[in-house]
Ligand binder design. Structure first.
Ligand SMILES: CC(C)(COP(=O)(O)OP(=O)(O)OC[C@H]1O[C@@H](n2cnc3c(N)ncnc32)[C@H](O)[C@@H]1OP(=O)(O)O)[C@@H](O)C(=O)NCCC(=O)NCCS
Length: 204
């Protein structure tokens, strides 16, 4: 069994420059995705170069700070010195390194899911749930990020239990032979609300 770090999970915060970290973490995934044959998932253009992405991320972090908003962003950190590449994004807590993040929605599904006819039975039945929209590691922090996905899912399930959710939906890109659906950070590792994969198809 491989050694993984101990993770601290917290909510994203504007005061910690988390938006800048999130954009850089998104960028860091692209070479990795290309290396495992999943380059088509997000393409080759760095997120930091996409029009409006940084501003949208800043706004997402602000929304996440409001208790009433359905969007929540979780940040995974590890104890210890900040690695060179990530030091620019060290944030306020200099004793920890940010290694990953997850974005969820509470009781709300994005339009690209809700509008699909084949999803209708699931969408109509969904009441108290969490939708895991995005989860990524910051690949600049290798090997500290290893295991961040499972730790984030565990924290999200705990959050779901605390907020009386009964289902955790996981958005999975079905391209690359649906490898993501079968990957090792499976939600089945941790107890909590029932986990279901929503697969909106490869064209997303
Ligand atoms: C998802 C993620 C946060 C999980 O981090 P983790 O808990 O540390 O787990 P790992 O990175 O070790 O990944 C576990 C397995 O999933 C695989 N995997 C990760 N992302 C994958 C993807 N997009 N497609 C297919 N397989 C993927 C890894 O190759 C690994 O496989 P292995 O065990 O055969 O080596 C991280 O792998 C990541 O950032 N992936 C790229 C972004 C992504 O695809 N996010 C999910 C969709 S939003």
């Amino acid at each position: 069994m491989s050694q993984t770090s101990e993770f601290h999970i917290r909510h994203a915060s504007s005061a910690d420059d988390d938006a800048q970290f999130i954009v850089a973490a998104f960028d860091s995934t692209l070479p990795y995705l290309g290396s495992i044959g999943a380059g088509e998932m997000w393409g080759e253009t760095p997120f930091s170069e996409k029009d409006g992405f940084e501003q949208e991320t800043i706004e997402s972090v602000q929304k996440s700070e409001h208790q009433d908003d359905c969007l929540k962003i979780f940040i995974a950190e590890v104890e210890g010195p900040v690695t060179t590449a990530a030091s620019v994004y060290a944030g306020r807590n200099e004793r920890r390194t940010r290694v990953g993040l997850a974005m969820i929605r509470e009781n709300s599904l994005p339009t690209y899911i809700a509008e699909r006819e084949e999803m209708k039975p699931e969408v109509d039945g969904a009441k108290r749930f969490i939708f895991l929209e995005v989860m990524i590691s910051d690949y600049r922090t290798w090997p500290l990020h290893k295991g961040a996905g499972a730790a984030l899912i565990e924290a999200i399930k705990r959050y779901g239990r605390e907020n009386e959710k009964d289902t955790l939906y996981v958005d999975c890109w079905a391209g690359n032979d649906a490898k993501l659906n079968r990957s090792g950070f499976s939600t089945n590792r941790v107890p909590g609300p029932e986990s279901r994969v929503l697969d909106p198809g490869p064209e997303r």
